[in-house]
Ligand binder design. Structure first.
Ligand code: GDP
Length: 477
């Protein structure tokens, strides 16, 4: 398919959603303002919803009937294998004593002996692996104890990052950025709060490698997500015992498809980091998912996989949604709820299991992108198929990478502001995204005026930022 066709097809899909967000939110405020309009508005909303689902279904179907499905899978496998081959190459140098290395020091994501959560830690991990790829260096985990993955080590669960090289020795050592000839570069991973520009390699997502960006952009609706996902796919190659544990879990909880993955983050996250969303808000989007399926003539038991750190949600969901098959393990969320237990080996297995089922086996995700667990599941899900970029609903943030510099939008259609809270746009204007309000508008900082205001989401698109990474001329498929 041409790039133009793929981008158009996806744009129609996402703008169908945008127009629905806009109309839905406008109708809601009309009904709130004018009591006498309530019934009329409610009937109208029912019809608009039907229009929306029918349109969304048709656009989604285009991808099944346009004859390019096979090409998409082929291109997906070809690109994933290429990235994996390059990673195997950098991670397995024939002579470790001569290899150029990047030491990843996982000290800084802990303060006062309090380390950030699993999702946060593995994002640091992947950030480092991406920098190693970009600079064609072997990533070595410095101070694995500090990594606090599990007391039995990362390799108890996943295949080692390297079969040939784990020593941090080298003739020359320097802090990032060092230079081409420095053998060992010590990359001190800063937390976003203490980020020092000096330590910020330019390769951190959502920046993409110049040599692959064009292809990824044709293949995938959010190229940065696909790119990040490939690195998670590499670090999470399971040990056989881990695969067995996943299979046993699937049997025990009677895991079945189709299924919508629900991640509900509560407990400590609600102290200053995210706001509370009721179960009904999540379930609204689950219902939408199944209504679309019904429109396709696909009737099945409605099913959710529930992953949460709030154990009471299992009973609440069973009580309020008796027609649903609710799959998951309340015992897992009990340990997730207990901050003291979280770092124990068995609860590490719990979070790994939840992320595995959300990402590998759920057909759609409903969660909050403010949570690292939710974004991680989405990133991994997108590394396993050509384009799962639309298979989610986030109740709060738009997608971002943990520790990203920024995400940019570029205007495709000009806009005249309708009030002081909106910005003007000219075609080509660039905006640093703050968030999508899921009501037809996004908020962001206009880079020319430096003002943070609202703009209609359908008038922009994601700006793809690229840089030359190591180009691996000898590693081809
Ligand atoms: P964030 O705080 O939600 O951004 O994500 P982090 O991964 O940084 O920290 C959350 C921690 O809460 C994880 O390390 C888990 O221990 C725990 N947690 C949160 N949600 C879940 C869940 O759905 N299942 C399990 N098993 N643990 C969870």
């Amino acid at each position: 398919p041409s790039e133009e066709y793929e981008l158009l097809r996806r744009r129609i899909y996402s703008n169908t959603k945008e127009v629905w967000y806009y109309i839905g939110s406008t109708l809601r405020s009309l009904a709130n303002e004018f009591e006498y309009l309530k019934t009329k508005v409610s009937n109208m909303k029912t019809m608009v919803d039907e229009h929306y689902r029918s349109l969304l279904r048709d656009v989604a179907k285009l991808a099944d009937v346009d004859g390019y499905s096979q090409w998409r899978w082929k291109e997906f496998h070809s690109l994933s294998r290429l990235v994996e081959k390059r990673l195997r190459h950098t991670q397995n140098p024939p002579d470790c004593s001569k290899a150029r290395k990047l030491l990843c020091n996982f000290f800084s994501h802990c303060s006062h002996n309090n380390c950030c959560g699993y999702g946060c830690r593995v994002h640091h991990f992947v950030k480092c692996l991406i920098v190693a790829y970009a600079t064609e260096r072997t990533m070595i985990i410095e101070n694995p104890i500090r990594w606090k993955f599990t007391s039995r080590g990362f390799e108890n669960l996943f295949l080692p990052l390297s079969d040939t090289c784990t020593s941090n020795d080298g003739d020359t050592v320097s802090l990032w950025p060092g230079n081409e000839t420095t053998q060992v570069i010590n990359y001190f991973l800063p937390t976003p709060e203490y980020a020092d520009k000096q330590f910020h390699p330019p390769y951190i997502p959502v920046v993409l490698p110049e040599d692959l960006a064009g292809r990824i952009n044709v293949l995938h609706g959010d190229p940065a997500v696909w790119w990040i996902g490939q690195f998670f796919k590499y670090i999470f190659r399971p040990q056989p015992s881990t695969t067995i544990a996943f299979n046993e879990f699937a049997k025990r909880v009677h895991f079945q498809k189709p299924i919508v993955g629900l991640h509900i983050r509560r407990t400590d996250k609600l102290i200053g980091e995210a706001s509370l969303h009721r179960l009904e808000e999540y379930m609204y989007h689950v219902e939408e998912y199944y209504k679309l399926k019904e429109l396709n003539g696909e009737y099945d038991t409605k099913r959710i996989y529930l992953a949460t750190d709030e154990p009471t949600l299992f009973d609440e969901a069973r009580l309020k949604y008796p027609e649903y098959d609710i799959i998951g393990d309340p015992e897992i969320s009990k340990s997730a709820a207990s901050l003291q237990k979280r770092d124990l080996d068995d609860s590490i297995m719990d979070i790994i299991t939840d992320v595995y089922f959300l990402s590998h086996h759920c057909d759609y995700l409903v969660c909050t992108f403010s949570s690292n667990v939710c974004r991680l599941s989405y990133e991994i899900m997108n590394s396993l198929q050509p384009d799962a970029s639309a298979k989610f609903t986030s109740l709060d943030d738009t997608f971002y990478f943990h520790g990203q510099v920024h995400r940019l939008n570029v205007a495709l259609i000009s806009h005249k502001s309708k009030g002081p809270e909106e910005m003007d746009l000219e075609v080509g204007d660039v905006i640093e995204v703050a968030g999508n309000h899921w009501d037809g508008y996004s908020k962001g900082t206009h880079l020319r005026t430096n003002k943070t205001l609202l703009y209609p989401t359908f008038k922009v698109t994601t700006k793809i930022e690229v840089l030359p990474f190591a180009s691996y001329p000898n590693i081809t498929l």
